[in-house]
Design a protein around this ligand. Sequence first.
Ligand code: CO8
Length: 257
Amino acid sequence: MSDKLIETRGSAGVMRLTLNRPKALNALNTGLLVELDAVLAELEGRSDLRAVLITGAGEKSFVAGADIAEMRDKTPEQARQFASQALATFKRLERLPVPVVALVNGFCLGGGCELALACDWAVASDNAVFGQPEVGLGVIPGFGGTQRLPRRVGPAMALDLITTGRKIDANEALRIGLVNRVVPQNELESVAEELTQQLAGNGPNAVRAAKQAIHYGQNQDLDSALALETSLFALGFAGDEQCEGMSAFLEKRKANF
Ligand code: CO8
C-alpha cells in the first residue's frame, strides 16, 4: 500500500477503491474524505466506467467510523461543516452512474456503516461487525445514517440499532437486509474478482440504466417510477448494445459489449 489515503486500481472498467488508514481502522478524517471526493469527481466523468468496488485496507476493518480524535473538539459549526462535507461526498458516491458495491471486510461502524449505506449494495466477510454506536459518544449519526438506514432496513430496526448503539454480526446484517451476501473472509478477494467479471460482462448502458431506474424511481410515486422505467427501457433500443445482446443470444455466442 502507498501513502495515499485512497488507493485506486481497476480492470475492465471496474474501479476498486481502498480506504487506506489501517492504523486507525480506516476512520474517516478530513484528509481521507477530501481524497475520496477528488477520486469520485474523476470517476464521474469516465465513460468507460462499469462499476466501483469500495473496501478498507487491512484485514480488520472496512471503516470504524468518523475520526473521533478529529471530532472531539469541534464547535457546532465545525461539526456541521464536517458532516456536510462527508454527506456531499457520500451523495457523489451514491449518484455515480454505475453500481457501487461495498466489500465490507471487518468493522463497519458509525460513518463506516453510513458509507456502506451510500453504496448500492454490500458483500460482507463473515467477520464483519456493523453498528451505529454514535449515541454512546453523545451524538447521533451525522453522515446520513438516520435517513439511509431506515430506508434500507425499515424504521423500527433502524431505531433499534441507532438508539441502542448495539453491534450486529454479518449474519444479522444479512437477515435485516443491510448487506446482500456474507462470504468467508478468505473468499472476499475471489468474490471481488467474480463480481468484476460479472459487472463488466453485461451491457454497460443497460447496467447504468438499471441503476438509474431503481435509484431515481425510489423517490417517486409508482406511476411516475414505472414511466421512468419505460423511458429508460425504450432508450436501450437506441444504440448498438441491445442489437448486439439480442443477436448474440440468437447466434448462440457471447455478447461483445
Ligand atoms: N476514530 C479514530 N480512531 C479510531 C477509530 C475512530 N472511529 N476507531 C478506531 N480508532 C483507532 C483507535 O483509537 C486505535 O488507535 P491507537 O492504536 O492509536 O490507540 C486504533 O484505531 C485501533 O483501534 P482499537 O485499539 O480500539 O482496536 P480494537 O480492536 O480494540 O477495537 C473497535 C476496535 C471496536 C472498532 C474500536 O476501535 C472502536 O470502538 N472504535 C470506535 C467505533 C465508533 O464508535 N465509531 C463511530 C464513530 S462516530 C461516527 O462515525 C459519527 C459520524 C457522524 C459524524 C458527524 C460529524 C461531526
